[in-house]
Design a protein around this ligand. Structure first.
Ligand code: NAP
Length: 304
């Protein structure tokens, strides 16, 4: 069966793009398929300080560097949101909202999406005060009062970024224990315009004239409620894997994440996975790139 490409990488985050570099350099005919801008979650990170080789680099810049590298190498770049994968005996069909592609092998690198709080009007207010990306939307809140939710590195680092732009940042976390690194916490809590609400969750958001105007909080211990007038609500409460399109393929998933072995191989021949979409302990850029390389080199070894 003649296929469009030997291998298709689904997702142009750092892991998928790294896999594409290794495949192309191994002379494997590869296309990378992406539904948004190249870079994935990295585009939503303001300042990266723990990626070797760069004391500081902003996420979109790192994404663009890798994207330039893959296009210079001649990797085919295709746009499309994957809706379904059909696995045939000797080839695979990837169905997208922008047509179909066929291939022998697939590397799944579709990453994760930000988790929603589940407020009744969360979707409606997204882009009208509610945001999941400080680097994208922060500048719209210059001199305004904003709230950030979460206790991980994303919440703490992005709250720090927002504290330089806005008049005040209210950081709301559901417990007293932060997952964020010590250095990130110290930097944030040294800022005078940051106020912290510990043991609080967001239970409601009020809209006024089509925009977010107020957020309701509830104390997780005392059940006391309070309200805060804010213009922005930045939500950083973790992620969910982008794997809905894999549900009926027979590819083994756990909690929605793709299960791989230490060669990044899934339970289906010719299908590998890497980056934030896989079930693992550490979700960092440094290991996502490494997993992309492993997936590509395992694939090469298996097919040649
Ligand atoms: P995370 O580390 O999983 O933290 C999620 C936070 O959201 C936790 O504090 C969690 O609280 C809270 N949370 C979860 N569900 C919630 C809910 N329904 N309501 C309220 N709060 C909720 O997520 P992340 O900060 O996005 O980071 C993801 C990964 O990327 C981590 O491995 C992180 O280290 C990494 N990362 C690294 C860097 C860096 O190294 N510079 C930057 C960004 C992200 P509990 O703690 O109570 O569960």
């Amino acid at each position: 069966m003649a296929v469009d490409f030997n291998t298709i990488v689904i997702g142009a985050g750092v892991s998928g793009m790294t896999a594409a570099i290794y495949l192309k350099r191994s002379n494997i005919e590869v296309a990378i398929l992406e539904k948004a801008a190249p870079g994935g979650q990295v585009n939503w990170t303001n300042d990266i300080e723990n990626y070797p080789g760069f004391s500081h680099i902003d996420g979109p810049q790192l994404a663009m560097n890798i994207f330039t590298q893959i296009t210079d190498l001649g990797v085919e770049y295709r746009y499309g949101n994957v809706l379904e994968i059909v696995i045939k005996e000797d080839y695979k069909i990837i169905k997208t909202d922008n047509g179909e592609l066929t291939c022998q092998n697939i590397i799944i690198a579709s990453g994760r999406r930000p988790r929603r709080i589940g407020l009744t009007n969360e979707q409606e207010l997204t882009g009208k005060g509610i945001s999941y990306c400080a680097i994208c939307d922060g500048p719209f809140f210059k001199g305004k009062r904003v709230m950030v939710v979460g206790g991980g590195n994303s919440a703490v680092e992005e709250a720090h970024y927002l504290s330089d732009i806005t008049s005040e940042v209210l950081l709301v976390h559901r417990s007293e224990k932060f997952r964020a690194d010590e250095i990130a916490k110290e930097r944030l809590f040294s800022k005078e315009n940051v106020k912290t609400y510990l043991n609080y969750v967001v239970v409601g958001a009020q809209e006024e004239n089509g925009k977010l105007s107020k957020v309701y909080l509830e104390n997780t211990i005392t059940k006391e409620t309070l309200e805060e007038n804010v213009d922005g609500l930045f939500i950083y409460i973790g992620h969910e894997p982008e794997t809905t399109y894999l549900e009926n393929t027979g590819i083994k998933l756990e909690d929605g994440y793709v299960v791989v072995d230490n060669r990044m191989a899934t339970n289906i021949k010719g299908i590998y996975a890497c980056g934030d979409v896989i079930k693992k302990e550490v979700y960092q850029i440094a290991n996502a790139t490494g997993e992309g390389a492993i997936a590509a080199l395992s694939l090469k070894k298996d097919v040649h």
